[in-house]
Design a protein around this ligand. Structure first.
Ligand code: FAD
Ligand code: MLT
Ligand code: ZN
Length: 490
């Protein structure tokens, strides 16, 4: 018998499996000494931190640790290193790929969840430098409100903003609806404070827009999904607060028409165009069914819509006039069937509520978060639905999302709940059919949500051997004992 295999057989996460942890109680006592008993959660208290937002993954943790400071994070991480415990960093736990919860394997290395939720301070807001230094557990909505109170804008915006936290936004390089004008979270960050897997603290909280001094280390941790270290604080950019905003619900013929409309509006409005979200009629009707009383914004049904938003300095009247003139030229050009312009903030919010309710309204189906060059969006929708319907006759495409970034949420269901459940059981086949089209269009199988557990295997088929080797070399350099968020990403 191979002795090595008997003591360190590898389970499907590729991790060595180690016998149950005989020192658990002693370790818990040490964590309680650092954090206080109230902030070392076990059993039922730990449960909410061990299931993901979509309830697709539930794992086990030795404990959920809730540090209140970077120093406490550092001490907990050093203790984990001493005992060989794996670590799952967690902020708002709204990950859609199972990245923020412990693994469910029984014979895995013991894991602790380190929740940053107690670290919510805004350490500094420097209006003249247009920066805000915040702790990782700060809820995204709080950053938006603090910026607004200082007459600035923090532009990251997504439907989970009431729960997700900036540490998780950075770690997933979150996108959302403002990417078109302001970029992803990566583009909004100037500096990081990170606790490394051995407990050392990297103090990188510089608020500089120019700092060419070797490798830009923050970019290793942004988008790393907690696999290289724990982000404990960040310096985020602020922007001028717009004084005018116009929201339009636009009916058009097809996703290709939406792509052409985007180009036409950007030609006329430039960066004033801040959001451009595609919504199919199927998504609109699913929201109207899910939330009775939701009105159809237009008097007759159309197959495709775009929810567009423009913002600017200056007067509301000037922006409205500019937007109306651009839209009427596009109507004359045959790009638009109909349009409803919000005439109040409440009306604009009602339109955004439709968009933000889409994920809940079609909660259970086979979801995709894919991106292609914007010019290929029309082909992605047409060819994607063709091959999907051939493979899964009568399937339904819930297609919506950030078309301005080339990023669609391309969720596939069936006419009935039972058939949809059966399709979900064939997820891998559905993925394979659609991902073949994404590959052909030189796109990505994960535009903004990351890989987590959900796409850890899949990514092996979509990145080159060299890319995977380079990622593993970076992982080995920063986390040689592979204790950071095992089973995610790689
Ligand atoms: P968590 O879920 O806690 O963690 C996410 C990942 O980051 C995990 O791998 C975790 O281990 C790691 N992590 C968390 N905190 C830290 C830290 N401090 N240091 C290191 N690693 C850490 N995402 C988009 O990009 N665009 C959208 O439009 C969007 N819409 C959404 C709508 C809804 C309704 C929901 C539920 C989610 C949506 N998401 C979207 C996904 C999710 O909100 C984002 O991925 C978000 O950035 C996760 O933030 P979080 O604080 O919840 O992180
Ligand atoms: C969104 O854009 O609404 C999300 O990224 C997609 C989702 O929650 O499914
Ligand atoms: Zn999205």
């Amino acid at each position: 018998m191979n002795v090595a295999a008997a003591t360190t057989n590898r389970d499907n996460t590729g991790m060595t499996s180690i016998p149950p942890n005989p020192h658990a109680n002693a370790q818990l006592a040490q964590f309680r000494e650092i954090l206080g008993p109230a902030h070392v959660l076990t059993g039922a208290d730990a449960a909410p931190f061990c299931t993901d937002w979509r309830r697709a993954y539930t794992g086990e943790a030795l404990a959920v640790l809730r540090p209140a400071s970077t120093e406490e994070v550092s001490r907990c991480v050093a203790l984990c290193a001493e005992h060989g415990l794996a670590i799952v960093p967690q902020s708002g736990n709204t990950s859609l790929v199972g990245g923020s919860v412990p693994l469910s394997q029984t014979n895995k290395r013991p894991e602790v969840v380190i929740s940053l939720s107690r670290m919510q301070r805004i350490r500094e807001l420097d209006a003249l430098n247009d920066t805000m230094t915040v702790e990782a557990g700060c809820v995204l909505q709080t950053l938006q409100e603090a910026a607004d109170a200082a007459d600035r804008l923090f532009p990251l915006s997504l439907a989970a903003e009431g729960s997700c936290q900036i540490g998780g936004n950075l770690s997933t390089n979150a996108g959302g609806v403002g990417v078109l004008r302001y970029g992803n979270t990566r583009d909004l960050c100037l500096g990081l404070e990170v606790v490394l897997p051995d407990g050392q603290i990297w103090h990188g909280l510089k608020g500089l827009r120019k700092n060419n001094t070797g490798y830009d280390l923050k970019h290793l941790f942004i988008g790393a999904e907690g696999t290289l270290g724990i982000i404990t604080a960040a310096v985020m950019k602020l922007f001028p607060k717009p004084s005018a905003s116009v929201t339009a619900w636009i009916a058009l013929e097809s996703p290709q028409a939406a792509v052409e409309l985007l180009a036409a509006l950007r030609a006329r409005m430039g960066d004033r165009l801040t959001a451009f979200e595609l919504i199919s009629r199927v998504c609109l009707t699913s929201v109207m069914a899910f939330r009775p009383g939701t009105p159809d914004p237009l008097s007759q049904p159309y197959h495709w819509y775009v929810l567009a938003e423009a913002t600017d300095g200056g007067t509301q009247e000037a922006l409205m006039a500019r937007t109306e003139s651009a839209l009427s030229e596009c109507i004359d050009a045959g790009l638009i069937h109909d349009v409803a312009l919000a005439s109040s903030t409440a009306q604009a919010q009602a339109l955004w509520n439709i968009r933000e309710t889409i994920p809940e309204a079609q909660f259970s189906n086979v979801k995709h978060d894919i991106s292609v060059p914007i010019s290929c969006i029309g082909q992605l929708v047409d060819e994607g639905m063709d091959v999907l319907r051939q493979a899964f006759p009568s399937c339904v495409g819930y297609i919506f999302g950030h078309i301005g970034d080339g990023n669609l949420h391309y969720n596939i269901g069936m006419p009935s709940t039972e058939e949809t459940q059966a399709l979900i059981a064939r997820r891998a086949e559905v993925n394979a059919v659609l991902y073949a089209v994404v590959e052909k269009l030189n796109g990505s199988i994960s535009a903004e949500h990351g890989l987590g557990q959900l796409k850890r295997e899949e990514i092996q088929h979509h990145k080159s051997a060299l890319e995977l080797t380079l990622m593993k070399q970076i992982k080995a350099a920063l986390d040689p004992n592979a204790r950071m968020n095992p089973g995610k990403v790689l």
